[in-house]
Design a binder for this molecule. Structure first.
Ligand code: ADP
Ligand code: MG
Length: 333
């Protein structure tokens, strides 16, 4: 059953000069996907592709320029702050830097218990009890609640961030690069914790990362983003075993080895050249400036997502049975 439905979501940040509108950063440009209850959808793409903006739109921390957003059947776009509050309980986020998300002067009991107070769920003794349970849930001793953030390692702090996200009993947790900052040796532990919590609590995740290995490990389905658009979407194993978009192929080729120390490097070369600016995305296919298979049509006509096999979609003219260039198709096969 669908928990989150994102339809044609768009966010353009205006660029102003001398108080006048001179353009827009097209951070998210017509993105559609769904997150089923209890499942994990991965969102992967290079830095700047619009993943965090998508996360903030989904949580309604940002107002979309246009598009539709439904959570458990409720239209989120139409809701004002007061109507959103009860829904916020059910959607939480875990950020990349666990220490930045924790107030250094706040004890863990207050940090993890804060959402309980904000939503009027527990205070005092009951809050302490609930925080103790939450810490146990994420593999920390309940006694840790009286400590301060600096007394924890990065991995432990991320567990605290997860406990805080769990406090209100959410149905959906958005993990925005949630393990990108923790030590490689700890990454798998945190990912396994997220998987266990999903099984135990029936959580759905929108799992965002630039690292394809990490996304693959946790996701049922994967959306690949490039310059504000989803260029490929499908079951995780299908996308990995039979990528249908040249950008996904480039991402896969850039995952150097199972050695996580290398896979984590941010400096990997994904495709020739840097991604163009979302202020002036290339016409036609946004990837054509870096695509080894680009032909004339790619430079002028924007490809739309098309089903290439059941449940597997790609936005690439090479995959279009009517319009792919024969040369391009040869090269792609
Ligand atoms: P990602 O998380 O994939 O790295 P982001 O969603 O953070 O990408 O950013 C997408 C694009 O939108 C980037 O070019 C970024 O500079 C731009 N952007 C993000 N937030 C803002 C903002 N508040 N104002 C203007 N541009 C923004
Ligand atoms: Mg980001």
């Amino acid at each position: 059953m669908t928990l989150l439905e994102v339809r044609d979501l768009t966010k353009h940040f205006p660029i102003t000069k001398w108080g006048r509108n001179v353009g827009a950063v097209r951070a998210v440009d017509g993105v559609s996907f769904t997150v089923p209850r209890g499942r994990t959808v991965g969102l992967v793409g290079e830095s700047g592709s619009g993943k965090s903006t998508t996360a903030r739109l989904v949580l309604r921390l940002l107002r979309p320029t246009s598009g539709g957003l439904r959570f458990d059947g409720t239209d989120l776009i139409a809701k004002g702050p007061r109507e959103l509050k009860p829904l916020r309980r059910r959607m939480q986020i875990v950020f990349q830097d666990p220490f930045a998300a924790l107030n250094p002067r706040m004890r863990i009991v207050d940090a993890v218990g804060e959402p309980l107070e904000v939503h009027g769920l527990a205070t005092g003794r009951r809050k302490r009890n609930r925080v103790g349970e939450l810490l146990e849930h994420v593999g920390l001793p309940p006694g840790d609640m009286d400590k301060y953030p600096h007394q924890f390692s990065g991995g432990q702090a991320q567990r605290i961030g997860i406990a805080r996200a769990l406090a209100t009993g959410p149905d959906l947790i958005v993990c925005d690069e949630a393990v990108s900052a923790v030590d490689v040796s700890v990454q798998a532990q945190v990912l396994n914790l997220l998987k266990r919590l999903q099984r135990e609590l029936g959580l759905a995740y929108l799992f965002i990362a630039h690292d394809l290995n990490v996304v693959r490990y946790v996701s049922d389905e994967i959306c690949v983003m490039y310059l504000g658009e989803i260029v490929e979407r499908g079951e995780a194993e299908t996308v990995f075993s039979a990528p249908a978009h040249p950008y996904t192929e480039a991402l896969l080729a850039a995952v150097p080895s199972p050695d996580p120390a290398k896979a984590r490097s941010h400096a990997r070369v994904i495709a020739p050249g840097d991604p163009p600016s979302p202020r002036r995305p290339p016409p036609g296919c946004r990837f054509h400036t870096r695509c080894p298979h680009a032909f004339d049509r790619c430079r002028t006509e924007r490809p739309v997502l098309q089903e290439v096999s059941p449940g597997h979609h790609a936005a690439c003219h090479l995959r279009d049975p009517l319009g792919g260039s024969p040369r391009g198709r040869e090269e792609a096969s």
